[in-house]
Design a protein around this ligand. Structure first.
Ligand code: AMP
Ligand code: MG
Length: 420
């Protein structure tokens, strides 16, 4: 007797193997462009940035208070110094301090050359121009050293880094006006299916609204991507072929959803065989088993499943790493945490499952996770309610309440997309 399950298991490839094959097939874009610092958020740095200056540029104060020389301090005695001037941020004190003198100083103001210490204003007593320092006063405190953040010539940002808001601040602090980044990756996507109805139209029986294009528009919102929405293509081989061949001419990657299984109206496979070289894989993950990956001329192609939850899961775990690599960032592994599962989870062995869950933290800081609801690959509501995936390995046969499970936090983009 033929064991269909065993046969199917043989054909399934692991997600690790699938990612490795994708990684070896993708070359990062090589073209670059120069952008101003303000336009660099989320872009991929193409060249190293070295600092032309020390940051801080001068020795300056970390507090509002008084700058003085520690030579004035006498162990276990209070002292009185005479305030001879003020050092403002942007307007340093111009004079020279003698022994027994101090200056009023504000945060970020340059320390006079003769001083090496700052005391907080709350820790002194002020009597006209006499400033009384207590016996507990410590020297050499609250001074920011020249170059303590970045030294002249230091590497500020390494290439292939996706620029964050903090990087913008850091780069500005060393005077970077513009930088060279990888060009944007050009991505086109479309939905297939005669059942798909545009928003704004009443639904007829048998029809559904097109969730996937809205999902993808949210998932593809990224400064590194230049995205074209090709709309809905009917289950018609000629229309699909025309659309794919035209898009392949001026995009780096095309993504479709639906039409990739083996139903009578699933034409993606036959069309792709005519247009280019695309393999159909069965990946051992749930949801999201069928996936097409290949190339049409120089354009990569991903054929995702039709069910929206499978679209989210395959996008985040398979397409997003590939897009990162195409953009010039090295492929990253999702961070996994351990959590105690508070609900029973059903699971059959054979595929790695990404069940949707809600993670919370108890008073002791322990992570607790519960199923977010029904786990069907069409159940967007439970995915919208989720804030994490519960990752159940291939061999797992279900989870009892109290067992430890691995979770991955869902990037916030998912919930914002689905609630639109
Ligand atoms: P298919 O792979 O085309 O057989 O689609 C599988 C399931 O996903 C079917 O129930 C489709 O109606 C559904 N589906 C396909 N495309 C979409 C879409 N763009 N939005 C929502 N559901 C879809
Ligand atoms: Mg279909």
């Amino acid at each position: 007797m033929i064991d269909i399950c065993a046969q199917e298991k043989k054909q399934l490839s692991s997600i690790t193997a699938a990612l490795a094959r994708i990684a070896s097939a993708i070359e990062p874009v090589t073209e670059t462009e120069r952008v101003t610092l303000k336009n660099a958020l989320g872009r991929v740095l193409a060249e190293p940035i070295y600092s032309a200056i020390n940051s801080p540029f001068d020795r300056n104060s970390a507090m509002d208070g008084y700058a003085f020389s520690s030579h004035n301090l006498i162990p276990e005695q209070s002292i009185s110094l005479t305030q001879v001037g003020i050092s403002w941020a942007g307007q340093p004190y111009q004079g020279t301090l003698q022994s027994g003198q101090c200056v009023r100083i504000f945060t970020g103001a340059v320390l006079p050359a003769e001083t090496d210490s700052v005391i907080m204003q709350e820790q002194v007593q002020v009597d006209a121009s006499s400033i009384i320092f207590s016996a507990q006063t410590q020297g050499k405190q609250h001074v920011r050293a020249i170059g303590e953040d970045i030294k002249q010539g230091d590497l500020v940002c390494a290439p292939f880094k996706k620029i964050t808001a903090t990087d913008l601040g850091l780069l500005a602090s060393v005077g970077t006006e513009s930088l060279v980044v990888k060009r944007k990756v050009k991505i086109a996507y479309f939905s297939t299916g005669n059942e798909l109805t545009a928003l704004g139209q009443a639904l007829e029986s048998g029809k559904i609204y097109d969730s996937n294009r809205y999902l993808l528009s949210g998932l593809l919102t990224d400064a590194c991507y230049q995205v074209t929405d090709l709309g809905v293509i009917a289950d018609d081989p000629q229309q699909l072929e025309d659309c794919i061949l035209a898009a392949a001419k001026n995009h780096d990657l095309i993504m479709s959803t639906g039409g990739a299984s083996v139903g009578d109206a699933d034409y993606i496979k036959e069309v792709l065989a005519r247009c280019g070289k695309v393999d159909f894989w069965k990946i051992a993950i749930k949801p999201g088993k069928p996936l097409a990956f290949g190339k049409i001329h120089d354009c990569h192609f991903f054929g995702l499943p039709g069910n929206p939850v499978a679209v989210v899961v395959t996008f985040q775990h398979i397409v997003a790493p590939a897009l990162e690599q195409l953009s010039g960032i090295s492929m990253s592994q999702p961070l996994q945490l351990l959590a105690k599962c508070t609900t029973a989870l059903k699971k059959s062995p054979g595929r790695q499952e990404y069940q949707r869950g809600i993670v919370s933290q108890d008073n002791n800081g322990e992570l607790l996770v519960a199923s977010s609801g029904q786990q069907g690959s069409n159940i967007l509501s439970a995915t919208s309610a989720a804030n994490c995936y519960i990752v159940l390995p291939v061999e797992c046969r279900g989870i009892q309440p109290g067992e430890q499970v691995r979770i991955e936090l869902i990037r916030s983009v998912i919930s914002s997309v689905i609630s639109h």
